[in-house]
Design a protein around this ligand. Sequence first.
Ligand code: MTE
Ligand code: MO
Length: 206
Amino acid sequence: MLDDRNETPIVSRGFVGRRRAENASLPPGQYLTEDFPVLSAGPTPKIALDDWQFTLTTEDGAARKWNWKEFRALPSVSITTDIHCVTRWSKLATAWEGVSLDTLLDGVTTAATFAMAQSYGGYTTNLPLADLRGAKAWIAFRFGGENLAPEHGGPARLLVPHLYLWKSAKWIRGITLMLQDRPGFWESLGYNNYGDPWREQRYWGD
Ligand SMILES: Nc1nc2c(c(=O)[nH]1)N[C@H]1C(S)=C(S)[C@@H](COP(=O)(O)O)O[C@H]1N2
Ligand SMILES: [Mo]
């Protein structure tokens, strides 16, 4: 009697434990990939470094601008992180170099709580300003030790790896801080407003 009662829970606990260990780095519904798929809603814009500019705009319309030389003179950091695409591929331990949004936002006075990332080519994506702060978001310009390839967002892209990768706007051109939230490109087409892969927030209503 006692033996029977003890055996079943021990076996099922062990099973659950093994499955957890195997999938510890993988959010629900994701699979691992070794290659780096390209997902772009339109053509890859061609941006000469001489013409590149990044603009940070507050809710008052006040803007800070960096040209490529000024941007690259900012302190940059190496980032090793897992990335998760809503189309279900995840890639572990990707290596990037970029400028932290904390650096770009340093000294900016704002009452905004939301942000809209804007790309060359017209793509947009929204996220809470808090998700850009606290060493969670970067403007990345190198991947795997090489300059970021144009199809992956070069010269520079937003990298916000704790959210699904559609939030990581390629060919970033600016970020606008907003007092009120507004949906970006995919968010207005039914994708989740926040996009936490660990809570599987793929679509509106998830
Ligand atoms: N400007 C821009 N950024 C974008 C996209 C896009 O179409 N345009 N696609 C998003 C989506 S849906 C994903 S999954 C990732 C893909 O990045 P990758 O092509 O480097 O894999 O970029 C995101 N950033
Ligand atoms: Mo995506």
